[in-house]
Write a protein that binds this ligand. Structure first.
Ligand SMILES: [Zn+2]
Length: 424
């Protein structure tokens, strides 16, 4: 293949930089499996990698028995996150910068390498803490709001492991359902071999899907020496995601077809993604994860109470993406208020603290009490009411008629004084 590549490159007038290339030759039948075979490209020798030696491929250390966690790349990303935090950007701009510049970097690194769990969780935690700080939430607030999409009122920052698991599963599925029969057959044979290694006998189609679904039942649970491959990665990703959204791989016997079953949360409906809709898998899995976070937050008796409503319409969350029509003071208040994390006496659940209102002495100082029924704030209610009323009046087109505010209805005896009357 290298000779063919050399011929083609010579013909096209391209030169490979052999100093920047590396070769890795593994012979599985020998004890020292890494061979130091000399390969050549366009007549130049390529450096052979030894066991444990790594080649930096798109930011990811690649090699045989190499720790793949790209520590330096992750460190750089975290340093950039700290710089965004220290910058003078508005909080919604910080979230935007994180989502635009850093998250794609992390996702890219995660797609290319097997990052260990511990450093990944650490990154996740640091990002989470920063986003909560930018949303002006206390650190004890629910993590879900960080992961939920903007249009539902969240920061739209993915949890680090999710894009990686989804990428591995979609990649495996795309190979197995590839329109090109040669690619599809190579993939199917490789999966067949990986399954055979696990159960120690020739597997049926059903067995390969059981293997991909990461079942540990019976013969699938027996510990056998397994070399990491795309298939074992897909199986691991299925286990991690499957625990949360309970999706699985399925083999349809009648149609002789592979599919992925993704259940809908809180309903008996299932989506089965098969060959004919192979492009839909990534979107379906992402949607299932999003709705998992949404449902988890909605089910929280305290923090999820308002979220059920505020997540319903895009218009309630228009300001999350760009901070439009929003003062910093509004931003600092709204996320706390929605999750009921405003530091009020009535919002503290633990301990035996005095819950009385510090203004009027009412027995329970809740957010509802302060906003809607605490008498010393009555002037503020009136101003709030008038501000909304004036906004509406301003929005009424003059051609619709004459607008009257807070007056009796002209031409009637009624004592009522509606807020806004338009007379055509
Ligand atoms: Zn009060």
């Amino acid at each position: 293949m290298l000779d063919a590549t050399t011929r083609a490159a010579d013909w096209m007038g391209l030169r490979f930089n052999a100093k920047k290339c590396a070769a890795l030759h593994i012979d599985g039948s020998k004890r020292d499996s890494v061979q130091t075979t000399g390969f050549q490209i366009q007549g130049e020798p390529v450096i052979p990698l030894a066991e444990g030696q790594a080649y930096q491929h798109l930011g990811t250390p690649t090699g045989f028995r190499v720790r793949q966690t790209p520590k330096d790349t992750i460190q750089e990303i975290l340093q950039d996150a700290a710089k965004i935090d220290a910058s003078l950007l508005a909080p919604w701009q910080k979230i935007n910068a994180l989502n635009t510049f850093l998250i794609p970097c992390i996702s890219f690194v995660l797609r290319g390498s097997a990052v260990a769990k511990v450093p990944l969780n650490k990154v996740d935690k640091i990002i989470q803490q920063l986003v909560k700080k930018w949303l002006f939430l206390p650190q004890r607030a629910s993590n879900e709001l960080v992961y939920v999409a903007h249009r539902h009122g969240g920061a739209n920052v993915p949890r680090m492991g999710d894009p990686r698991d989804i990428a591995v599963i979609t990649h495996a599925f795309r190979l197995l359902t590839c329109p090109n029969s040669m690619v599809r057959n190579i993939a199917a044979n490789a999966l067949h071999d990986a399954t055979k290694k696990r159960i120690g006998r020739a597997p049926s189609n059903q067995d390969t899907t059981t293997f991909l679904s990461s079942s540990l039942d019976g013969e699938f649970g027996m510990a056998r020496c397994d070399i990491a491959s795309l298939w074992s990665c897909a199986s691991n990703a299925t286990r991690r995601l499957g625990k949360r959204i309970s999706y699985r791989w399925e083999w349809c016997e009648e149609r002789q077809e592979l599919g992925v079953l993704v259940p809908q949360i809180r309903s008996d409906d299932n989506t089965i993604v098969t060959l004919s809709a192979r492009g839909m898998l990534e979107r379906t899995l992402k949607a299932a994860i999003y709705s998992l976070y949404m449902e988890t937050l909605k089910c929280k008796p305290d923090e999820g109470k308002a979220f059920g409503l505020t997540s319903k319409w895009d218009a309630s969350n228009h300001f999350l993406a760009g901070g439009g029509f929003t003062h910093l003071a509004d931003w600092w208040f709204i996320h706390r208020a929605r999750l009921n994390c405003v530091p009020l006496n009535g919002a503290i659940r633990h301990g035996n603290r005095d819950k009385r209102c510090r203004k009027c002495g009412y027995s329970n100082e809740t957010l509802h009490h302060v906003l809607c029924s605490c008498k010393p704030h009555s002037r503020a209610w009136q101003l709030h009411h008038n501000a909304i009323q004036n906004c509406l009046v301003k929005a009424i087109a003059p051609c619709l008629g004459e607008v009257a505010v807070n007056t009796a209805i002209p031409g009637t005896d009624s004592q009522l004084r509606p807020d806004v009357v338009v007379t055509d």
